[in-house]
Ligand binder design. Structure first.
Ligand code: HEM
Ligand SMILES: *[C@@H]1O[C@H](CO)[C@@H](O)[C@H](O)[C@H]1NC(C)=O
Length: 393
């Protein structure tokens, strides 16, 4: 285990607790257990501040890939290796797969640039799309000062911000802000851990391939019917269902990802077996080729329209205290009925407003993430928006 730990952690855990140590490093308690929890004290004074600032990550966005056509994935530099005991995996089958092949760091802790590079290279996800979504992940569930997020649960490499101004970041496995209800292979948070793959749910999803697929091939109809079924089920059974515009968009977007980004461009379709390899092994199937062109926002919209269609209206909203499902409207979303409603919901009530009160590198990073999110919605003429949400959720 120690070989993975940076020197400063090693020192801090083996030397006296009075050792100088920046306060943000509290976060490693999550990994190291009760002993470390008593761990090194925050150092006070200007020197500590300097040391702390020195760890700030300045974001450098990666250069977009030069070649954006199809190619075989993985290449020889990215063999599959099952995750080790300290590695984090979470609710996204694609990010888990990327980490299992080393397109993302195998420990499951990633920066904005790493997320963009991995998703654009291995899945041919559009650059702007990768960047906007990854920015939300770090703003919501990562540490924007260090520019890191865990694709799974908490990790000492992604400690809380200084003075825990936004509480403890739980990684993408933590419910809310990104992880949400009515997922296809994960249960709603009301019923248990929402990040863990549920074989029974996946088995149920496969029965839709049997009923609505084109033989072994996964089609729009498979996902349209399955999503409608889980929507009705959650609506009926989950007393605390939350499914606002941002999550609604992502729910369908993720179904669109299955059809459009898990699809093998060598054959032009996604087979039941290939889908199963992604979901159950979190591994690229044999002879798999990424998309023939980058998946941009417009493609995601088309995919969503094909799945959502006019047949099955599914309404964004949330249950109120009486357990009644209240649909989104202009009352809770000023952009209701437009694409900008998704942007608004993901950012304004969702991300902590306190991030705007920060200074230095942290604030610079926050501005980079906000710019990347804005850039994603710029083509729809949405105004630039800012976070106003509460901290610590
Ligand atoms: C840009 C980086 C990405 C981030 C930060 C991200 C993050 C997430 C998160 C947090 C979830 C859980 C949402 C929930 O169901 O509650 C999720 C679900 C999902 N993601 Fe990703 N994702 C990314 C890219 C991708 C890509 C490229 C694909 C496909 C190739 C993909 C496929 C999926 C699918 C299919 C689900 C739904 C799983 C289910 O409903 O059971 N994601 N993603
Ligand atoms: C991505 O964002 C850049 C910067 O705003 C823009 O010039 C470009 O057209 C966008 N690309 C797509 C496909 O939207």
């Amino acid at each position: 285990m120690f070989q993975q730990l940076p020197l400063f952690i090693l020192l801090a855990t083996t030397l006296a607790p009075s050792l100088a140590f920046p306060s943000y490093a509290q976060g490693f308690e999550a990994r190291e257990g009760p002993k470390a929890r008593e761990g090194p004290k925050a150092r006070e004074g200007p020197k500590a501040k300097e040391e702390f600032e020195a760890r700030a990550a300045k974001i450098v966005l990666p250069t977009p890939q030069a070649y954006t056509g199809p190619k075989k994935i993985p290449d020889e530099h990215h063999p599959y290796r099952a995750p080790g005991p300290g590695d984090r995996r979470g609710p996204c089958p694609a990010l888990n797969t990327l980490a299992n092949h080393g397109y993302l760091p195998r420990n499951g802790i990633a920066s904005l640039a790493e997320l963009i590079s991995a998703n654009t290279e291995a899945f041919n996800l559009g650059y702007n799309f990768s960047s906007g979504v990854s920015a939300l992940a770090i703003l919501g569930r990562g540490n924007p000062f260090l520019d890191k997020v865990s694709i799974g649960g908490e990790h000492w490499m992604v400690p809380p911000l200084k003075e825990r101004i936004d509480g403890v970041p739980g990684g993408l496995s933590k419910h809310g802000r990104f992880e949400g209800d009515i997922s296809m292979t994960r249960q709603d948070a009301a019923f248990g851990d929402p990040a863990v793959f549920q074989p029974a749910m996946y088995e149920n999803m496969l029965t839709y391939v049997d009923k609505f697929g084109d033989g072994d091939i996964v089609t729009d109809t498979v996902l349209a019917e399955y999503r409608q079924d889980i929507y009705t089920t959650s609506l009926a059974n989950n007393p605390t269902l939350v499914w606002h515009a941002g999550r609604t968009g992502f729910s369908y977007g993720e179904a669109g990802f299955i059809l459009n980004s898990f699809r093998n461009s060598r054959t032009g379709h996604l087979t039941r077996q290939e889908m199963t390899t992604f979901f159950t092994e979190e591994r690229f199937p044999e002879n798999w080729y990424r998309r023939e062109s980058p998946l941009e926002f417009a493609d995601v919209q088309r995919a969503v329209a094909a799945i959502r269609g006019p047949v099955y209206p599914a309404f964004a909203g949330a249950k109120n205290e009486e357990g009644v499902y209240v649909r989104d409207s202009l009352d809770n979303n000023p952009y209701f009925g437009t694409v900008c409603a998704v942007y608004y919901d993901l950012l304004v009530p969702n991300i902590a407003g306190v991030l705007l009160e920060t200074k230095g590198q942290l604030r610079e990073n926050v501005d980079v993430y906000l710019e990347e999110m804005f850039n994603l919605f710029r083509p729809f003429e949405c105004p630039r928006m800012e976070p106003e949400g509460v901290a610590g959720l």
